[in-house]
Design a protein around this ligand. Structure first.
Ligand SMILES: NC(=O)c1ccc[n+]([C@@H]2O[C@H](COP(=O)([O-])OP(=O)(O)OC[C@H]3O[C@@H](n4cnc5c(N)ncnc54)[C@H](O)[C@@H]3O)[C@@H](O)[C@H]2O)c1
Length: 395
């Protein structure tokens, strides 16, 4: 089997908690030959090496001072076949993704693909031209509790969508502890809202036409951060359906799970309602207190074959694994071909994947809504139109 050299850019929360455990697991299965991490500081790399001692991690920067461009050296040194995984603050995704494509690498981008529709268009065009696979990790598509709705909707059991209510709210430690360096450059709508905007599109295949959004700055502002506490978006989709999306990241630290979240949809022939936080399997321990436990996202279990090892399962892993498997399939189907034929084959496979995967042609949908929402929020709810070419303008 062909194996991938992987480069993870960004050594923060999602890299530590999800990406590296998944890559380590896939490496044991023989899909990955090497794992490199590029972050801003050498100490981040050292911490990750200490957490994952078995993985022989390579890392950049190699020197001690802060180096925000170390990822460029890492990219230059990445050997083919290479897969780049971008896990940096949302506003840095576009530049990193475009540069990875320039080198001809396949890419997984943590959601959102980027923050600007113009950047998403550029990523779409250059990935198609270069035959690069660019997958946005929108893992809720792999949550069976939500995927079931896509099934019933697509098979016609729900009729036509009329309206939807989605909510996604996180504890205040996200902006105050994890993202304190970049919470002002993002918002609950962009950071969290992306998921349930994409979910509406994933289920219905409809395009967004207009967004009205409001946001409040109170608690974080009082603590010295010029960032939104909460955002509400009213999204009009092309058949006239409306999605009301409520996001915030200032829940108390005592909230029994990191995210309160759920999705409700009313259709002409039925209704769907899911609480995606409370899965009715909860713990109470002296270590963590009362926990609403979601076994389906990404949790360790005892490995069937080696009980000493933690095996990570859940939709957080399945999404990344889908992209890794797609990249290996591309490699298998292009190896041995001449350059021109390999590019043709890549393009043919990409056009197949574009129908069902969050490649840039699909990821641009949520990017357009979060950008329109941000434009609307900063004008206190002024409506923003998303036209057919994803050109955004005030109504
Ligand atoms: N799929 C998911 O479940 C999920 C969950 C959380 C976050 N995310 C997304 O993943 C991305 C990262 O989130 P996080 O929670 O890990 O954030 P984080 O703030 O914990 O980590 C970001 C990392 O990027 C690094 N970084 C910043 N500038 C850099 C640069 N110039 N070069 C290299 N590294 C740089 C930081 O040092 C840090 O290590 C964001 O886009 C976020 O929206 C996805």
């Amino acid at each position: 089997m062909n194996r991938l050299n992987t480069l993870v850019i960004g050594g923060g929360m999602i890299t530590k908690q999800v990406i590296l455990p998944v890559l380590a697991q896939e490496k044991r299965k023989g899909k990955i030959s090497s794992i490199t991490v590029a972050s801003r500081r050498k100490e981040t790399i050292q911490q990750l090496k200490d957490i994952f001692p078995q993985e022989n991690l390579k890392g950049y920067p190699e020197k001690n001072d802060e180096q925000p461009d170390a990822w460029k050296i890492a990219l230059k040194n990445l050997e083919k076949p290479g897969l780049v995984i971008i896990a940096t603050p949302d506003d840095l995704h576009a530049e990193m993704c475009l540069e990875a494509i320039e080198y001809g690498f396949d890419v997984i981008v943590q959601k959102p693909l980027c923050l600007k529709t113009e950047d998403a268009k550029q990523i779409l065009n250059s990935s198609r031209e270069k035959g690069c696979y660019v997958f946005t990790d929108l893992h809720k598509r792999h949550d069976l509790a939500l995927r079931a709705l896509q099934y019933k909707y697509t098979r016609g059991e729900m009729g036509e969508v009329l309206c939807c209510h989605a909510w996604h709210e996180q504890r205040r430690d996200i902006p105050l502890k994890y993202f304190k360096n970049w919470c002002e450059r993002s918002s609950p709508l962009e950071y969290l809202g992306t998921h349930y905007i994409d979910m509406f599109y994933f289920v219905t295949g409809l395009k967004p036409e207009k967004v009205i959004a409001k946001g409040q700055k109170k608690l974080l502002k009082s603590l010295g951060y010029d960032a939104f506490d909460a955002c509400q978006a009213f999204i009009n989709w092309e058949n006239g359906a409306v999605e009301y999306l409520q996001t915030s990241w200032i829940l108390p630290e005592e909230n029994p799970c990191l995210s309160n979240q759920g999705f409700q949809m009313t259709c002409t022939q039925g209704e769907f309602r899911a609480d995606n936080a409370n899965r009715n399997s909860n713990f109470s321990t002296t270590k963590n207190g009362y926990e609403l436990f979601n076994p389906y996202f990404f949790k360790p279990y005892i490995d069937w074959d080696n009980p000493e090892i933690d095996m990570y399962l859940g939709y957080g892993a399945d999404s990344i694994i889908q992209a890794i498997d797609d990249c290996i399939r591309i490699l298998n189907e292009t190896s041995g071909l001449k350059e021109k034929q390999a590019l043709e084959k890549r393009k043919q496979l990409l056009s197949e994947f574009e129908k069902t995967r969050p490649l840039p042609n699909q990821a641009i949908i949520s990017v357009s809504v979060i950008e329109a929402g941000k434009m609307s929020m900063i004008k206190d709810g002024k409506p923003v139109i998303i036209d057919d070419d994803f050109f955004l303008h005030y109504e």
